[in-house]
Design a protein around this ligand. Structure first.
Ligand SMILES: [Zn+2]
Ligand SMILES: [Zn+2]
Length: 166
């Protein structure tokens, strides 16, 4: 989606509200595709300071990710602040200012980048998710299996062997 910022770059106005809804199916996070369960909402404001355009606003959306322990899918809401600076003047180029070539701003790219940075590093359905049994694959949040008892029994049996050798 492109936003026309001609009024700002031509200094006809110094403020332009932005309120948009973007439908993106999925986002590639470097490992896998993440599906969105809600559209992306951006609400904010463009403001012109000198020849720099500031974007301040909030991005809200929700997506579906898989728990890294039990693999169960869960909804993950996102509500983040967005702060960006743009300029058509090359003299303003620095790490914080995005140089733009035209009066049409590709907002999809900018939104995706911000969401990408907000993706959680640890993806757990709940803090104390018990995960899957490493032996039988049962989801230990919903069921119990006898694998653990078995491995304890095996360890005990080995210990008994050790003691009996001495
Ligand atoms: Zn889980
Ligand atoms: Zn098991």
């Amino acid at each position: 989606m492109k936003i026309d910022i001609f009024d700002l770059t031509s200094k006809r106005i110094i403020n332009q509200p932005v309120d948009l809804c973007l439908e993106i199916d999925k986002l590639y996070d470097g490992y896998e595709y993440i599906n969105f369960s809600k559209p992306i909402i951006l609400k904010g404001n463009f403001s012109l300071v000198g020849d720099i355009i500031n974007l301040n606003g909030r991005i809200t959306t929700e997506f579906i990710i898989a728990c890294s322990r039990c693999l169960e899918k869960f909804n993950y809401p996102i509500d983040i602040e967005i702060k960006e600076q743009f300029s058509r003047n090359k003299e303003n180029e620095d790490a914080d200012v995005i140089l733009i070539e035209s009066d049409k701003l590709d907002i999809t790219d900018i939104i995706e980048n911000n969401i990408y940075l907000a993706l959680p590093f640890s993806r757990l359905c709940k803090e104390d998710c018990k995960g899957l049994c490493q032996q039988c694959g049962s989801d230990l949040n919903h069921t119990t299996c006898s694998c653990q008892d078995l491995s304890v029994d095996l360890r005990l049996a080995k210990l008994k062997d050790l003691f009996s050798e001495n």
